[in-house]
Design a protein. Structure first.
Length: 119
């Protein structure tokens, strides 16, 4: 099973036509959910009359779609995700973020993803 953000990253054409919100792939122009599990469904939607009409109408008006925070989070790479989770955990535990530097040698030595902390 392919996650919607993975499907989006497969092609520049997909990134131009679709956005991800939560765990759903949406067409930017038609405002409809598209089945991201099947590549064929994603491709077929691009060639529908409704999509082509909406896209040309939208291109003429030069409207842009504002990305939500949830759709932005899905585009983070693994290093950024780990760093975001560490910051969230330290913030939740009321631990000052400066302490991360003192823990870095331990994390690099004992954590599977320790290299992701390297700046």
């Amino acid at each position: 099973m392919v996650a919607p953000h993975e499907r989006l990253s497969q092609s520049a054409e997909y990134r131009e036509n679709y956005i991800v919100q939560g765990n759903v792939l949406w067409c930017r122009f038609c405002n409809v959910e598209v089945d991201h599990n099947r590549k064929d469904s994603v491709n077929k939607h691009l060639h529908t009359t409704k999509h082509l009409k909406n896209k040309s109408k939208n291109n003429n008006s030069n409207l842009t779609v504002q990305r939500t925070l949830l759709s932005f989070e899905n585009t983070l790479n693994e290093k950024e995700k780990i760093n975001t989770e560490v910051v969230a955990a330290f913030t939740f535990a009321d631990i000052p973020l400066e302490k991360i530097e003192k823990l870095k040698p331990f994390l690099l030595k004992h954590c599977k993803n320790g290299m992701k902390f390297m700046v």
